[in-house]
Design a protein around this ligand. Structure first.
Ligand SMILES: *Cc1c(COP(=O)(O)O)cnc(C)c1O
Length: 394
């Protein structure tokens, strides 16, 4: 690896890393958060406009403008929703995922990825992540489908239980993209639609195409910890007018438009993004490109710092991935070294976090089938995220 060429075989210790973080954030003693929102733009102006016009709730111009912004950013149709989790749920629902089905996903992700599968009535079936990017491993996916599944008519079935596999939901984590083109190609061949969990990845591209736009549906989150935030919120993106209409209808209580009549043609969901959140979303997204520039700069500083050390690896995106640099990520050689760093840094008010506990080990998911998870297990033990808020904003 080129970053190891000048490696002097020296180890960095926890205190040196913490000192570097404090110096980089120009914060000698106070708390440093992992990822704090920044409001440099039109946030206050747009929010005041909501209040002045009384349009704070389920309709308003900012919902339309925020959707148009995401369409422009991704080249896809876009529907604003209340958060990323419900976006994932409604995408699965729209695909016809139902009770008794299986949905392929990865054990390493935020719990919401798999929660949405349970919300749709289906069960996740876990396939390992790629140890180069934290996303679903296409090679393991291919092997699973060819060895353990059968395609009958328009559907794919898991041979050992004869359950239908009605979707595949890979996640793009921390700003890294999974090999989504390969995943979509494999799934297309097996008649499995793909919903991309791009919750953390607004602004990330893979081979110069926005993530979230490779599968049938893609979902972004604008929760408070993401690269841009609407307080709470999300967007579902899709290709066809028909799919977009379906999502809009389902997320707006399935009310058939009429001047005064309340007629709902199916069980709908109140999954709308309120106008007041959309106002915040729009103002934040207007600065997305500038945030990415600032975050890329920070990642570069970290990369330089870690370059000479052999006991901590700083993760950089692959050449195919144009990252949004959401979360700076380092890897320790062992769980012990990782835990030592977590304890020292958090003890000194520098917020650092491990990856999520593997979803297939959580109580709600222990009954679900795991096909493979060895990379996920190793990464879960050795990875730490370090402070990543926007600094150097110009
Ligand atoms: C944040 C997140 C979600 C859920 O988004 P919310 O808006 O918080 O509901 C889903 N998946 C991943 C990977 C996330 O990071």
């Amino acid at each position: 690896m080129t970053t190891r060429e000048n490696n002097k075989n020296i180890a960095v210790d926890a205190q040196q890393i913490i000192d570097f973080i404090r110096q980089t954030f120009n914060e000698p003693s106070d708390f440093i958060g992992l990822h704090e929102p920044r409001f440099f733009g039109n946030e206050k102006e747009y929010l005041l406009e909501c209040i002045d016009t009384t349009y704070v709730s389920s309709v308003g111009k900012f919902v339309n403008q925020a959707e148009a912004f995401v369409s422009e950013l991704t080249g896809r149709l876009s529907i604003a929703v209340a958060n990323g989790t419900v976006g994932l749920h409604i995408a699965l629902h729209a695909l016809g995922v139902k009770h008794g089905d299986l949905v392929i996903t990865q054990p390493l992700s935020f719990a919401a990825t798999s929660n949405a599968i349970l919300h749709a009535g289906a069960s996740p079936i876990f396939i390992d992540v790629d140890d180069q990017n934290f996303g679903l491993d296409p090679d393991k996916l291919r092997a699973f489908i060819s060895e353990q599944c059968v395609i009958k008519g328009d559907h794919c079935f898991y041979k050992s239980t004869n359950q239908r596999i009605s979707a595949c939901m890979p996640a793009h984590l921390l700003g890294f993209s999974c090999r989504i083109d390969e995943i979509v190609e494999i799934c297309n061949g097996a008649k499995i639609p793909v919903v991309e969990d791009a919750a953390e990845s607004m602004g990330t591209s893979y081979k110069n195409q926005a993530v979230g736009t490779f599968g049938e549906y893609g979902v972004f989150s604008l929760n408070g910890n993401k690269i841009v935030t609407s307080g709470g919120g999300g967007f579902v993106v899709c290709r066809s007018e028909e799919d977009a209409k379906k999502i809009k209808h389902l997320t707006t209580v399935a009310k058939v438009p009429h001047a005064w009549k309340f007629f709902h043609d199916q069980v709908g969901y109140n999954y709308r993004m309120p106008n007041i959140n959309a106002a915040l979303a729009l103002a934040q997204m207007e600065n997305l490109e500038r945030y990415i520039v600032a975050k890329k700069k920070l990642a570069k500083k970290y990369k330089l710092f870690f370059k000479d050390y052999n006991n901590v690896k700083f993760w950089s995106p692959s050449a195919n991935c144009q990252s949004n640099y959401w979360m700076n990520t380092v890897e320790f050689r062992s769980k012990d070294e990782r835990d030592n760093f977590l304890s020292i840094s958090n003890g000194q008010k520098v917020m650092t976090r491990p990856l999520w506990e593997l979803i297939n080990t959580l109580p709600a998911f222990q009954h679900c089938k795991t096909i493979s998870d060895e990379h996920a297990r190793r990464l879960q033990e050795c990875i730490v995220n370090i402070p990543s808020s926007v600094i150097d904003y110009e």
